[in-house]
Design a binder for this molecule. Structure first.
Ligand code: SF4
Ligand code: SF4
Length: 255
C-alpha cells in the first residue's frame, strides 16, 4: 500500500483487491494490521510509505528480502522528505555501540523504522531492518522501484512525485501478513529523466554517466577533506550535488 500524506485521501477511492477481501478472522486481522500501520505513517507525514506482500513477488525479486529474514512475508518501505541540506550534514555520534558517522536524515529514518519494528514485535512478529543511506545506490533504487511509487533516475537515486530524489528511505521486512499493493493512488513509475542530464553535468567527480555510477569515484570525492565543508567541530557537509540539482520534486527544491 502506497501512501502520500500530502494528497487528499478519499475513502471511496479505496478498493481492496479481491485476494484480501476474504471474510475470515485471519484476513480481517491482516486488513486491520495494514491500516493500523498505514495510519501511523500518515500521522508521521512520511513522504514514502509502501507495503509489499512478498507472496506477490517472484522468487528472484524476493531474494534480497529473504536474506534479511528467511520467513519474511511483507516489506514496509518508508522515507522522509529532505526539506533542507542541513539534514544531510554528517555528524559523529557516540553510542553504546561506539562511534558512528551519520546524518540527521539517516538517524530519523532509522528511528522511524525502529518504531515500526517495535510496533510489530510487540504484536509478536519478527522484523529485520535495512539501514538507510543518503548516497546514490543503483541496486537500492532498483529495489525501491518495486513500490511503483517512483523511478530510478540518472542520478542513481529513487525519485518520487512531489519530493523528487530528496528523500531518505529504507525498509523493514517482517513475517507480519500485511496487504500489499496500491489501492488509492496512481503509480508514479515512468522514468521522467528523458534527455535531462543535469545531475551528470553537476557531479564534480565524474562519478555519474549516462550508463551508470562509479561508487569508488563518488566515495573518494566525498571523503576528500578538500571537498567537504566543516559546519561545527564534529559536523561536515559532503557532496550532494546530484541530489540538490535534480529539478523533479517541487516540495523539496532547495534555495
Ligand atoms: S560525487 Fe557528489 S554529485 Fe557525484 S555522484 Fe557522488 S554525491 Fe553525487
Ligand atoms: S537531474 Fe535530470 S537526469 Fe538527473 S535524475 Fe534529475 S531529472 Fe533525471
Amino acid at each position: 500500500m502506497k501512501a502520500q500524506w500530502n494528497t487528499n485521501r478519499r475513502k471511496e477511492a479505496l478498493k481492496i483487491p479481491e485476494k484480501y477481501q476474504e471474510k475470515s478472522p485471519q484476513m480481517q486481522n491482516r486488513r486491520e494490521l495494514t491500516f493500523l500501520l498505514q495510519e501511523a505513517a500518515f500521522a508521521e507525514k512520511m513522504a514514502l510509505y509502501h507495503v509489499i506482500d512478498l507472496e506477490c513477488l517472484g522468487e528472484l525479486k524476493k531474494e534480497p528480502f529473504l536474506k534479511d529474514l528467511p520467513k519474511a512475508r511483507s516489506v514496509i518501505f518508508l522515507g522522509i522528505p529532505i526539506f533542507e541540506p542541513l539534514l544531510l550534514m554528517e555528524q559523529t555520534v557516540y553510542g553504546s555501540r561506539g562511534e558512528k558517522k551519520t546524518t540527521m536524515a539517516e538517524s530519523q529514518v532509522e528511528n522511524d523504522l525502529r518504531s515500526f519494528s517495535d510496533k510489530l514485535e510487540t504484536m509478536g512478529y519478527d522484523t529485520a531492518i535495512s539501514l538507510p543511506s543518503i548516497l546514490p545506490n543503483p541496486e537500492f533504487a532498483e529495489l525501491l522501484t518495486l513500490t511503483k511509487a517512483g523511478f530510478k533516475g540518472k542520478n542513481q537515486r529513487f525519485i518520487i512525485e512531489h519530493f523528487g530524489c530528496r528523500i531518505c528511505a529504507s525498509y523493514l521486512v517482517s513475517n507480519a501478513p500485511l496487504m500489499g499493493g496500491d489501492y488509492r493512488y496512481p503509480d508514479y513509475d515512468v522514468d521522467q529523466c528523458s534527455d535531462c542530464q543535469i545531475c551528470i553535468d553537476a557531479c564534480p567527480a565524474g562519478a555519474l554517466t549516462q550508463s551508470g555510477y562509479d561508487q569508488k569515484c563518488c566515495f573518494d570525492y566525498r571523503d576528500d577533506a578538500n571537498n567537504q565543508k566543516r559546519v561545527a567541530a564534529h559536523s561536515i557537509v559532503k557532496c550532494n550535488r546530484c541530489m540538490a540539482f535534480c529539478p523533479i520534486g517541487i516540495k523539496t527544491i532547495w534555495e
